[in-house]
Design a protein around this ligand. Sequence first.
Ligand code: ADP
Ligand code: MG
Length: 686
Amino acid sequence: MSASPSAHADTLLAPLTTLKVTPRTARLLQNLCGDRLIDVLWHLPFDLQTFTRYERLSQAPSDAPVAVVVRVIGYNIPPSRRLPIRVHTDDQGARLDLVFFGNARQWIPKTLKKDETYLIFGTIEDYRGRRQVVHPDRTLSLAKADTAAMSFPRYPLTKGMTNLGFLAVRDQVLARLPELREWIAPARRQDWPDWAQAVRTVHLLTNDAPLAPEHPARRRLAYDELLAEQIAIHSRRQHIHAQENHPTKATGHLTRQVRHNLPFTLTKAQETALIEITADQSKPHVMHRLLQGDVGSGKTVIALLAMLGAIEAGGQAALMAPTEILARQHWQTIEPMLASLEIRAVLFTGRERRKKREEIYQDLAMGRIDLMIGTHTLAQPALSFQKLRLAVIDEQHRFGVDQRRVFARKTEGCDLLCMTATPIPRTLQLMAYGDLDITNLREKPPGRHPITTRVMSLDRQNELIRTLKDSPDHHAFWICPAIDSDKIENATDRYESLYKEFGDQVGLIHGRMKGPEQDAVMKKFQDRKIRILVATTVVEIGVDVPHANLMIIEDAQRFGLAQLHQLRGRVGRSEVSSYCLLLFAPPLSAPARERLNIMRESNDGFIIAEKDLQIRKGGDVLGTRQSGMPLLRLVDEDAHIDLIQQANDDAAEIMTRDPDLTSPQGTALRELLKLFGKNIEKNTID
Ligand code: ADP
Ligand code: MG
């Protein structure tokens, strides 16, 4: 009997090197699943392989998983390490070779000893008149043969790692499995096994039922992961809401003027959103809000008015955009509107000369700058605000987690408004933005014509080029998936081929060009000196060139729907009719066609996001970087979606009742949080 297992999750956070594994195996496992014991547990099998035992080798069929008893009669160990070694075996005159590649030569003669008898698990193949098993799934000494299980789970592996090797490590980890106190309230536990039992069930398969994500053991583990995530999110949310800050008392003297200068009036949806935001700003608590609105719904002006409110109240405001193109564009639209106001606004892209940059640092720290627009440069350590009151992050999902974290630290205690045009379904919002309050902007400014979308084969590009020639009013983006690569159509080639047809009317922009170069091209396009702008996805987000009315996307099937929708959102921003052409190189697979058809049928980002979720079986919905979603290891995007809501409800209830997790259930939950590397904020009580 082994010693009784500990009741603490920490046991599983130990590194793999605390097990009996070679450094090489530890390294392989690290790449495969991670370097702690728990990572092995989270690495789930995908299949159960059942071997049929045959009494005689001569009866065992080829090409099926079998188990047979054989005796080792000799070895063939070639001098070259690149050739496999062969272990010759025999059963009553029937022969079988066991073939091993790699560094097996060191240990094979010790594990498979001459003249001894073993039970071999594997699939026999016929090779040049011989029967052989390449890398047996398992070899057992005869003593263990009678009690041996005949089924083994199969795990996703990495090169150099065998299933057998993984099983051995897994068994060591399972031997240390702690019996943790239950953290799920009895009323919420349904028919689920307890945690340790669930872990054993999904690994020690006796039938293939627990392979299905619907199995109670799988659902329990998925729920656990979601619960840990949601508790961390709720804790963070409570922490934010508990932070006091000065209520922003906007006087309206700046916003009134700017509204007066606007070439349009705000839509009702914009007004409603703004009321929600300013009401939140005026509370004595920190605001953490997400403004979610489809491309072109007019979020920028809302952000501007909210920022002016913060300035009216005596604070500073900052707007951070994910690309320089976008920051400049914001600057170009915002700066003229501020012309008659007595405030100082600055664009800061990090490209400024040193002297100028230092001046900006100083002015900002002294409060001589009221409004700052920039890129991730705003998160620079050297930059500090005197009294930042509102920070706006445009297209927030575009920022890396780290950049967001740094910026959040810089803006701690001040109001935060995030903006995104990548709408995601509500359940997923709970994961991605659980710690933010959400304002939705569902209506677009009036007078927009819907964009007509067509799906078209690249075979028809000559036709397309002719149409472009015949209609000089078209101002087009032509998007290519990469800058240059041998495999996919690339922007440089496309630019060259279009240049032959259109000469100087064509421009090229991509992310490897220097900032000033990009600006110059963008400006030409804005000034209508360029009619066709060949681009990579640098123009995907936020770029606003109202007269552009044609969006051509090459190899459209390579893009995600959210991305296609973003790209398409670059046109249809004025009163003229706009078109989007989704070009594909045939043949187009059925699912790819289905996705492109969704684009054709809908112009509504929310609907597209829902449909995308429905058809993306086994895709990358929860793991999607796009939406800043956390990486989930045990959650299946189809089978476990309902658990998100449940985990969210439960976490809300728990954290209201026991925010510092001190109750008995709370103590148990702390162990759960450790398993998933989550924390709660130190908070609330004092
Ligand atoms: P997004 O929400 O994608 O960031 P923008 O803020 O860039 O959208 O706005 C898209 C375009 O719509 C801009 O050219 C902007 O000037 C214009 N716009 C914004 N609000 C209105 C409105 N109420 N009426 C007319 N046009 C508007
Ligand atoms: Mg925008």
